[in-house]
Write a protein that binds this ligand. Sequence first.
Ligand code: SF4
Length: 341
Amino acid sequence: MNNLVELENVSVSFVKKKGLFGKPDRVAALSEVNFRLAPSEVVALVGESGCGKTTLARVVTGLQKPTSGMVRYKGKDIWRLSKKEFLEYRRDVQLMMQDSYAALNPMRSVEQSLIPPLLRHNIAKNHRSAREKVVELLESVGLTPGEQFLGKYPHQLSGGQRQRVCLARAISIDPKVIVADEPVSAVDVSLRLSILNLMSRLNKERGIAFIYITHDLSTARYIANHGRMVVMYLGRVVQTGNVHDLLANPTHPYLRALLSAVPVPDPEISRKKRMVQLRSMDMPNPTNPPSGCSFHPRCPIAIDKCAQVVPELRVLNGSEVACHLAEEGTKWSLVDHYQQS
Ligand code: SF4
């Protein structure tokens, strides 16, 4: 299957100024990231805050030009597209932000926010048919009856309703990809599942591919049930593969640490569960990232080589993992090692 979106060795760094006279720092937000997304695929992108997830979302949606590397859409370098092709690409690849309140103009009603894109992209011929289309869209994202929501302003909607309006706006121009950056983190827990189910339905019914960005492994597993998971740490991909293979066989120590920290509702199981003991709880300073494997200052099984050589992604047990000890780890059971530590 041809990929819709491909990132090849993409790096992004930012310059951080230090006062008036200080020497500016360079922060590497992404380092040589390779990523692909097939049509109708769902990929969950997982990692802690500051690991580069949002930068990757901005790169994929064309809002951030990489410092080096290539971003392709349907096989073409997006930064060499003609103006017309770039506009088509921006229409096909939509970003859904975490903060639905910031994503919607507070001075505009739902109708005023949703009608202009339909007219601009010639999806509706006139204001009347655009209004009918908006009602249809609102109902397709579960805001029924749609007419009742047309005149509402963002502050008159709940967090879940605002995210649905954002989804309605994203799908209104018939996108091929939606990059959803932590779309349910600001939504009431009781409503999260309904938003995730809505996204799954849009994926199945309209064939929209999703990149679901989160720090929450449970929602990642839920949404990417038939898809892939990409785990990032400090700007690099550390493990990627089919979501079930990855969770059944988390060979990277960072993914194991994330999994061990997921709370279990059953107190009996929770008591028996052992946390992976990291050597440090602090994320390294991104302006001065560790040498070699950037996880080595925290990794409980790091060896000397880890501080010197950056591990490359390699295939192991069906997934790709960037760890010098991942292979050996599957033989002598990382779980035992962790349980002893
Ligand atoms: Fe740990 Fe070394 Fe693997 Fe990095 S390469 S995750 S430091 S064992």
